[in-house]
Design a protein around this ligand. Structure first.
Ligand code: URP
Ligand code: ZN
Ligand code: ZN
Ligand code: ZN
Length: 467
């Protein structure tokens, strides 16, 4: 049975018009005005006065991630469900094998965990060490499993982080495979040195997490990763970029014509480091890497979204409960699990504080939220657009009304919200995932395991040039 959505204002990265969308067998069957395709048994949704966006693609999330002695608190079911509640209908999670573990063994573990996803999912593969078989395994990931993007961590030394020789090997391997390297850019050794120094001085409070990873540490690593990608002639994608220093490195590379892409997250756009001064241990909720930056960086990031310097907004959704997880670091900030929840809030925050605040226009909003992540990572046009033949993933959005984000009402399995008290305008009235209405006025009707794995392929080389 199909769904006919009538008289909505359809907004994509390039178009805006009032029309209808007909969905059949999980796909978009037709888009236009005055469609009268419906048959007996079809659902008809009157979207007059409402907007229709392509479902969100969150290219950076961590469900059930074993990390820092615990595991992120949303699993693939609860995490994707929270995504659906917030208009995100596809995710790309990271397979993160332990150091010494084969990539394909890591993939087998993630395949198992992700079976309960309610919406579609893809994987990036993290390369956390480079062994004799890594190149071969990267080829198998790219060619047989539809995983043409590889993640490296320049931070987290001694755990999942790589050193420069390993990073170079990953980049060279990816170049040979036509795959894309994504980088968490922080100077890992400098972080460790600062952590040691601060702790030796008895500085254990969550605020010292931020002091142990100041912006220059990210700026340096971003520049170094970009330089290595340039040397090798490989495109590069910087995840969760947070600061002016890193933006400067991207700007410089772009001005030379280097293919550098960057992502930021709502928390870096909307919060400043005063969050670490919350009473008691509450600042721990904001402990993530890179940390929330001092005032001033946020405006630079908004400008970079609007100018196109940054291509995507993802969430880096990686929740940990304050009680029972974050409190592992009560006496030592370096033991606070890094990460926070956010998958449900991306649309609402970008809409309210981006579009309505005049910082980005509606097309740029759709681009950042859905189209660009789908294009960059090889999911387009199946995801990220509203075109016949594409998957029927749609958000019907009523711009009227106001609500307040709170851990008391969010769908994240987490006892804190880093956006607690943020007012947001409008709400999704219907979120359609693979041709089924899975959320109506905030009420979820999801199916455990209905999500499908999305194998990906990247387009032809994105024109990276070596020195
Ligand atoms: O603090 C963070 N960002 N936790 C998740 C892992 C990562 O670095 O993306
Ligand atoms: Zn309805
Ligand atoms: Zn990271
Ligand atoms: Zn992450």
């Amino acid at each position: 049975m199909g769904i006919l959505i009538k008289n909505g204002e359809i907004i994509t990265a390039s178009d805006r018009f009032v029309g209808d969308v007909y969905c059949e067998d999980g796909k978009i069957a037709a888009v236009g005005a005055g469609l009268s395709k419906e048959r007996a048994g079809d659902t008809v949704i009157d979207a007059s006065g409402q907007l229709i966006f392509p479902g969100g693609v969150d290219a950076h999330v961590h469900m059930e991630l074993p990390f820092m002695g615990t595991e992120s608190s949303d699993d693939f079911e609860t995490g994707t469900a929270a995504g659906v509640a917030g208009g995100t209908t596809s995710i790309i999670d990271f397979v993160i094998p332990a150091r010494g573990q084969a990539l394909l063994d890591g993939l087998a573990m993630w395949n198992e965990k992700a079976k309960k996803a309610v919406s579609d999912y893809a994987f990036h593969m993290a390369v956390t060490w480079f062994g004799d078989d890594t190149l071969k395994e990267m080829a198998v990931c790219t060619r047989e499993h539809g995983i043409p993007s590889f993640k490296t961590f320049m931070a987290y030394r001694g755990a999942i982080g790589v050193d420069d020789p390993e990073l170079i090997q990953v980049m060279e391997a990816a170049k040979g495979l036509g795959a894309l390297v994504t980088v968490h850019a922080e100077h890992g050794d400098a972080v460790v040195a600062l952590q040691k120094k601060l702790l030796k001085e008895g500085k254990t409070h969550p605020r010292f997490h931020a002091q142990s990873r100041p912006a220059p540490i990210e700026g340096e690593a971003t520049g170094r990763a970009i330089m290595l990608a340039r040397m090798i002639g490989e495109p590069i994608y910087i995840v969760h970029l947070t600061c002016k220093e890193a933006l400067a490195a991207v700007t410089e590379a772009r001005s030379r014509g280097q293919v550098v892409m960057a992502e930021t997250c709502p928390q870096y756009l909307l919060l400043d480091d005063s969050v670490y001064e919350k009473p008691g241990f509450e600042g721990a909720a904001y402990v993530m890497s890179p940390p929330i930056r001092p005032k001033g960086h946020q405006d630079a990031l908004w400008a970079a979204l609007s100018s196109g310097l940054i291509q995507t907004v993802a969430t880096d959704h990686c929740p940990f409960n304050q009680v029972g997880q974050k409190d592992m670091g009560k006496d030592d900030f370096s033991r606070i699990p890094n990460g926070a929840a956010g998958i449900e809030n991306r649309l609402a925050l970008l809409w309210t504080y981006g579009v309505l605040a005049g910082r980005i226009d509606v097309h740029r909003f759709v681009d950042l939220f859905s189209t660009q992540p789908a294009k960059i990572f090889g999911l387009y046009p199946r995801k990220g657009s509203i075109v016949p033949g594409g998957d029927a993933d749609l958000v019907i959005f009523d711009p009227k009304g106001t609500s307040t984000i709170s851990a008391k009402t969010h769908h994240h399995r987490c006892d804190r919200s880093i956006f607690e008290g943020f007012e947001v305008k409008g709400k999704p009235t219907h979120v359609i995932v693979n041709g089924r209405v899975q959320c109506t006025d905030g009420k979820l009707d999801v199916q455990r395991g209905a999500g499908r794995y999305l194998p990906r392929r990247l387009g032809p080389s994105q024109g990276a040039q070596a020195f």
